[in-house]
Write a protein that binds this ligand. Sequence first.
Ligand SMILES: Nc1ncnc2c1ncn2[C@@H]1O[C@H](COP(=O)(O)OP(=O)(O)OP(=O)(O)O)[C@@H](O)[C@H]1O
Ligand SMILES: [Mg+2]
Length: 308
Amino acid sequence: MILTVTLNPAVDKTYRTGELFPGRVNRMRSVDNIPGGKGINVSKILRQYDYEVTATGFLGGYQGRWMEDQLDRLKIRSAFVQVDGETRTSMNIVADNGYVTEILEPGPHISDTQLKEFMQKFASLAEESGLVILSGSAAPGIPTDIYARLIRSASSMGKQVILDTSGELLKEGVKAAPSVVKPNRKELEYIIGRRLQDMNDIKDASSVLLSDGVGLVIVSLGDKGLLLAGKGRCLYARVPRVTALNTVGCGDSVVASLAMSMTSGADIEEMLRKAAAVSAANATTLESGNVPLKLAEEILRDIHIEEI
Ligand SMILES: Nc1ncnc2c1ncn2[C@@H]1O[C@H](COP(=O)(O)OP(=O)(O)OP(=O)(O)O)[C@@H](O)[C@H]1O
Ligand SMILES: [Mg+2]
């Protein structure tokens, strides 16, 4: 079983309209609701490939119950700590004129008692899991060393951990030496504290994380592909040109693919090739957390790996 952690899940609402006017009444043509949040997206992709997944984190209120119901339908086991507030909504307003407006709520506040309850729940869930995935931002009230603490807890049980987050959560998290970390270029720049100019620069920055004890560093570079840095080896995967419809959440598909390769014991070259194919395929669909499986298979044959 794979355990995913989503500390601040969201009901992702996508509205469609002709044009959005600030300061006026805007009537939407349609609305779609899907369960979201990075860890939940990863869980959805793992389910597409028939992996057994448990999702944990915090849920609250009516929207929290709706999320559990949706996860149930997707056969994702939900094991969340219940909080007093309401699980947040993330609004995406897609206008025919090409503008996409996002409105993101902060999420419910997490109390010290709820945090304590979560730490205990996490420990028992991690114990029965083969791999742990920590993805995304945290709700208000959660300390920035949360991922560092979760990594130490899982590592002490001999579990592998993948970390995919940003800002201070990431900077603190890498200090606890996760098995795998997946920053994009900006996130890696944030950890290192300087701009990264070229591939060699990215390779050197990744080496710093390796020498701090991180097992593997996979840097996602948007349509430029992926770089993987491990002890003594650095590989680069170019991705083929695809018609990208929505690249939000492509990072989640990289993480899901890495997790699958880790549980099957694939070598790093295979791991990188699959991650590049699954994420490029993911870019071609509108919904995040949804991989067109056949296309991913086809793209896999076109992925070339270079040693750098
Ligand atoms: N336009 C694209 N064409 C082909 N592949 C893409 C494209 N955009 C992204 N990808 C694939 O998806 C991977 C992850 O994308 P990206 O680097 O944008 O992740 P991210 O910034 O973490 O995104 P998010 O956090 O929104 O999930 C890339 O490394 C690449 O393999
Ligand atoms: Mg990302």
